[in-house]
Design a protein around this ligand. Structure first.
Ligand code: SF4
Length: 217
């Protein structure tokens, strides 16, 4: 690692640890993970007692490469975006995610004061985060941290998450072509549900892993 890389990693570590401290004060079980591998190990350990595991479609979770490991352990994986599913099958999986044993997701933004901000098109991912699953683990790469307020967090999502996600999902939105949000009124608009989780939801075992690596969008 070069000196520059070391200093960058150290600076990110301070932000990550600040977020972990704030999330802890807000009632979440929050952990600092120096690497994606350490987050992966934590998830695989926590998943030991879960049978049905839901995925919110998060690239952060894909980046951790936990899916194949869980599949090889014989877990039931509730993944709604695999090719070949009919719309009825897809909807059934989305509904089952709401009551699974363990739900794995990312978060579009997390403020250093410990709030999770998400914007969804359907709302399944955001809903499964705060009520329903027995346990929720949220994976947050350092690129998701926002040193600002809720409006800054929403701006991060509109600037850095929604446009590439619309492109990834092949949606016909202005941002999928330009990379910039124009607050569209497109039928394909993916920004329809905005949630702010600013304290641990009372009945949900919710854990937040703040990882000192870039994960997801
Ligand atoms: S409001 Fe429309 S243009 Fe803006 S990010 Fe969402 S989908 Fe893209």
């Amino acid at each position: 690692m070069t000196q520059t890389q070391e200093l960058v990693a150290w600076t990110h570590q301070q932000k990550c640890e600040k977020a972990v401290e704030s999330l802890g004060k807000n009632g979440f079980t929050a952990l600092y993970c120096p690497t994606a591998d350490s987050a992966r190990e934590y998830i695989l350990k926590e998943a030991a007692s879960a049978q049905a595991i839901g995925f919110g479609g998060s690239l952060s979770v894909v980046d951790l490469q936990v899916i194949e490991a869980l599949r090889s352990q014989g877990k039931e994986l509730l993944i709604h975006n695999v090719p070949g599913l009919s719309s009825e099958e897809r909807l059934a999986i989305l509904r089952r995610q709401l009551t699974c044993d363990l739900f794995l997701t990312g978060s579009n933004a997390v403020t250093l004061s410990g709030s999770l901000v998400n914007i969804d098109g359907v709302g399944n991912r955001a809903a499964s985060m705060f009520f329903g699953p027995r346990q929720v683990i949220v994976v947050v790469g350092r690129n998701k941290l926002v040193d600002g307020d809720i409006n800054d967090a929403i701006k991060r999502v509109k600037n850095w998450a929604s446009p590439p996600n619309a492109k990834r999902l092949n949606y016909n939105t202005p941002c999928a072509k330009t990379g910039f949000c124009s607050d569209c009124n497109s039928p394909d608009r993916i920004c329809r549900v905005t949630t702010i989780i600013d304290r641990k939801p009372r009945l949900t075992d919710m854990r937040v892993l703040v990882v000192n690596e870039e994960l997801g969008l």
